[in-house]
Design a protein around this ligand. Sequence first.
Ligand code: PEP
Ligand code: MG
Length: 573
Amino acid sequence: MTKMLKGIAASDGIAAAKAYMLVQPDLSFSETTIDDAAAEIERLNDAVAASKKDLEVIKNKAAENLGEEEAQVFEAHLTILSDPEMLGQISDKIKNDKMNAEAAVKAVTDTFISMFEAMTDNAYMQERAGDIRDVTKRLQSHLLGVTLPSPALINEEVVIVAHDLTPSDTAQLDRKYVKGFITDIGGRTSHSAIMSRTLEIPAIVGSGSATSDIQADQTVIIDGINGDALVDPSADELKDYEQRAQDFAAQKAEWAQLKNEQSVTADGKQVTLGANIGTPKDVEGATDNGAEAVGLFRSEFLYMDASELPSEDDQFEAYKQAVEGMNGKQVVVRTMDIGGDKELPYLPLPDEQNPFLGYRAIRISLDRQDIFRTQLRALLRASAYGRLAIMFPMIATVKEFKDAKAIFEEEKAKLVADGVKVSDDIEVGMMMEIPAAAMIADKLAKYADFFSIGTNDLIQYSMAADRGNERVSYLYQPYNPSLLRLIKNIIDSSHKEGKWTGMCGEMAGDQIAVPLLAGLGLDEFSMSATSILKTRSLLKKLDTTKMKELADKAVSECETTEEVVKLVHEYTD
Ligand code: PEP
Ligand code: MG
């Protein structure tokens, strides 16, 4: 019997393939006394050999897909597995203490891990503790005969089933084999969902129970448009899926005709449709989808993709590549927005009860000016190679903006004094994602060159509903009149000062929101690249005067989200 699962539609598209469970297996074991030490050591050696074999494959895949630097991690794992000191100690425990291999591995690796972790003044050695932990897991899985999920080893078409995916898990998915994914937790704007859209992998998040309702190798249909998954579908259901996948492909082909057209409404008002990117590599997807700008370059992904803070030169190369790739079109780079669900293994943040309300984004940058200034210098240098703009994330107060801008001006002056070429018209703006800032948009508009509304956060902060928590996703209401009022205040305030407002939260590509945003006078819409062409197609059908009437009514007359949605349909259907 087919099982149907309902989740949150996270990335458009329809796919069907065998389930691959990305779930951590049970690695528990009992400690036993063994008789035959030689046989136990042989078992250990076999497990070491099998682990090495896995790691060789993973290392080569990582080098191919992610680059040599990422592959170094696995080289380090291989070195640990060849360490005569550690392996010798494990064999000794088997021989002398008659321990089973699992227990001997645990005893020895625990000692090494504690030793490295104690080196609190040596970040490099502390990281080695994490490497030993990873290697031990692999070794134990081979000893216990259970499979450790390794996405890099996938070599057939699959749908990934996971409790959750971190942004770095998502970055490692190989599009050739991973046809879709479904998770238990997460929301439409959690970063793994956003990345699945960039990778164009159909996805469902927040299903609640995928990992318990789906078993390895069962066929799963992922409908990322509606958020439905079918497990063990019938032949008829599979046929229907194929038809819908074809319809979706045909629809995409129709939108593709608009790739080189401008983004204009039915009555001729021009707006900018931009793409959100995470790395310079995403520029190709942006231009392929007809982006007229990059409205948000999430620079923190450069930091997340590295094993240490990226140098000024490495960052410069990345920003330069992005502006050059966009060929004169504007690229808005957001300074590092770490914190919340985005972590840096090499920059441990204090444990906090509310990371989304904690030490993050501009708060870290203003505190760790060494990191901030390095990033600003890299950006300033890259500005000479195209049209670069900068914005600061999570600005809550006028003082934060002024402080950040002052540091930017200082670094600019230093570079100019040193004779380094820097563009003299870099726009410096800010994200509008905190309700307090939205309420004083009139004040902030005097200092910022532009605003970019980050609705992913603005919604969660104004509704006090975690963007990644499926239990409160009913409160995550982009069309709620409260949010529309904040947006209106931001746009109107910027226009009064002769500035522009963009939106880089996912709402900018939401087909119900677009008519409202067009009516509110939004100047730039920036979204996952894959939403650009359908938005261009929608805008062509909208009349600005009518949309302004719609937006005014929604803001002043509607009480609920449902009323707003009904009104949008009345005005657009
Ligand atoms: C936002 O908050 O809307 C945004 C674009 O930033 P991020 O999703 O990276 O928090
Ligand atoms: Mg944000």
